[in-house]
Design a protein around this ligand. Structure first.
Ligand code: SAH
Length: 216
């Protein structure tokens, strides 16, 4: 998501009690997320959360789960922070960071579930590694996700979805379920729409979703 630069947004994030902007400070949380949240509840993350509608909704529905929203653009993250300030729960935190660094921020098995919603497609072949569902990213998820954890990916982009299915297999992960039309499938129950999902659904695009896990 590209927005016009919001002047001072990095500084706003740096000063905010609900977000971290600095990579070194983020790395200091590795293995210590329970201290930040003040409990041992499971930690679920959304990578590329955009303006944060999805993760805010989940946090409100599940106070027994801790949520971390990750977004690389400060101009976007400040929009999520604005909403964060009218949410009273203590189970939601944001990181402004590039997802490639994820295994430096979370320890082995420290994450309970990973959400990828409407991730950037990076259509050129030479950028395939940047896709959040490339095999390079599955290797990172393998490190941070607990043994029986799940990665849940939604998109309306069929070619990105087909690529992702191939990469899941290549990375040695399994598919718990797959749908090419989430809103007309049995999996729609309890589905929380993201900002992009609302936009693309209004255009009539079917939403694809996969749930992946590892076998032990
Ligand atoms: N999840 C939201 C936004 C989707 S747009 C929704 O479904 O409505 C994808 C978002 O992911 C953008 O805001 C983009 O800046 C962010 N993003 C893409 N690649 C990223 C990366 N490598 N690290 C962190 N954020 C990323």
């Amino acid at each position: 998501m590209r927005l016009r630069n919001v002047p001072g947004s990095r500084e706003t994030i740096a000063e905010d009690e609900f977000a971290l902007n600095d990579l070194e400070a983020q790395k200091a949380l590795k293995g210590r997320w329970h201290e930040l949240f003040g409990n041992d509840h499971p930690v679920r993350i959304e990578i590329g959360m955009g303006k944060g509608k999805f993760i805010l909704a989940l946090a409100g529905m599940h106070p027994e789960i801790n949520y971390v929203g990750i977004e690389k653009y400060s101009s976007v993250l400040v929009r999520a922070l604005e909403k964060r300030h009218s949410y009273e729960g203590s189970n939601l935190f944001f990181l402004r960071m590039e997802a490639e660094e994820i295994a430096d921020i979370f320890d082995e098995g420290e994450v309970d579930e990973i959400y990828l919603n409407f991730s950037d497609p990076w259509p050129k072949d030479r950028h395939a590694k940047r896709r959040l569902t490339s095999k390079e990213f599955w290797a990172r998820y393998d490190r941070i996700l607990k043994a029986d954890g799940r990665v849940i990916f939604k998109t309306d982009n069929r070619s990105l979805f087909d690529f992702s299915l191939e990469q899941v297999a290549e990375a040695g992960w399994k598919l718990e379920n797959v749908t090419y039309d989430l809103h007309h499938s049995e999996y729609v129950t309890g589905n929380v729409m993201t900002e992009y999902e609302e936009k693309f659904t209004a255009k009539g695009n079917p939403i694809c979703r996969l749930v992946a896990y590892r076998e032990h």
